[in-house]
Ligand binder design. Structure first.
Ligand code: NAP
Length: 255
């Protein structure tokens, strides 16, 4: 099937594809003394009234352009982090199911698939989803204690995350970078985990697909949930694509 074509509006250019766009991204800290954690980008689709889900799923807001960017971003990064709510709701499977994409990653000197990462306070992982049933999956779990992994086929490793015991999202991210070699991390949500990462100053970029749809009322969560930030996080528009009535924004996040 032909790849969707976008018009690149910022920086002003011509037609492009998701892969061409993502291939040119630096995805690294510009400062010479970067923080000891992966360069972290978040990717969300939202309705024009700011909802991240409709009828319980984000796919209802998505379109072929959004899906092309979603997969192109996965193809570029070392790891993908998702909260257990989204893992469960969206029934996550292998991060790169497509063999051609896995081949391209290997040819580019990357692992065939990004590491999957999740975070939980309760320790209750959705072990029934295809991600944990696949022997090819590598999963890192940020959790207070080693989770019960009875019957799991995936290779799972534990990284401590227990603020009461002095381990934080920031320290878990540092472990991800130091022990697992993760330099680029893609956060696919959901709103609770994204809110917590934003609060901790751990997000560098936001890719936001603005769907030309209204969800209305409390039809789903907004893009972030949890306590408000102490002050507004300023965004700088560094990229904008358009395809039909949908806008695909790329923001640099200042923290
Ligand atoms: N529009 C989009 O692009 C998009 C993207 C993703 C998801 N969604 C939608 O969002 C909804 C799910 O929202 P959600 O907020 O429940 O999802 P979520 O953020 O994926 O999951 C929340 C769970 O993740 C764990 N978690 C989050 N922050 C944590 C932290 N700081 N430390 C430790 N664990 C943490 C907790 O797990 P435990 O309960 O196990 O402790 C928490 O209950 C679904 O409807 C999904 O479709 C939309």
């Amino acid at each position: 099937m032909a790849e969707p074509t976008f018009m690149q509006l910022v920086p002003a250019s011509g037609p492009t594809t998701a892969r061409e766009t993502v291939d040119t991204l630096a995805l690294r800290h510009p400062d010479p003394d970067p923080p000891p954690r992966p360069y972290t980008i978040a990717n969300f689709v939202a309705s024009a009234d700011g909802r991240a889900a409709f009828a319980g799923r984000s796919g209802t807001l998505s379109d072929p352009g959004d899906r092309a960017l979603f997969h192109a971003l996965r193809e570029r990064v070392d790891a993908v982090i998702v909260g257990t709510g989204t893992l469960r709701k969206e029934r996550y499977g292998r991060v790169i199911p497509d063999a051609e994409r896995r081949r391209r990653r290997l040819a580019a000197g990357r692992a065939a698939e990004p590491l999957a990462v999740t975070a939980t306070r309760s320790g209750e992982l959705p072990l029934e989803i295809p991600l944990f049933a696949s022997a090819g999956s590598r999963v890192v779990v940020f959790a207070p204690a080693v989770p019960d992994l009875h019957g799991v086929a995936a290779a799972v490793e534990h990284v401590p995350l227990n603020p009461a015991a002095g381990t934080s999202l920031a320290s878990a991210m540092a472990v991800l970078s130091h022990d697992h070699g993760v330099q680029t991390l893609l956060c696919e949500g959901g709103p609770t985990l994204f809110g917590a990462l934003l609060h901790a100053g751990l997000i560098d970029e936001l890719f936001l697909t603005l769907a030309p749809r209204l969800a209305g009322g409390d039809s789903g969560p907004p893009v972030t949930t949890g306590p408000p930030l102490p002050e507004l996080a300023e965004l700088r528009l560094v990229g904008l694509l358009r395809r039909g009535d949908t806008l695909y924004l790329r923001y640099a996040v200042s923290s």
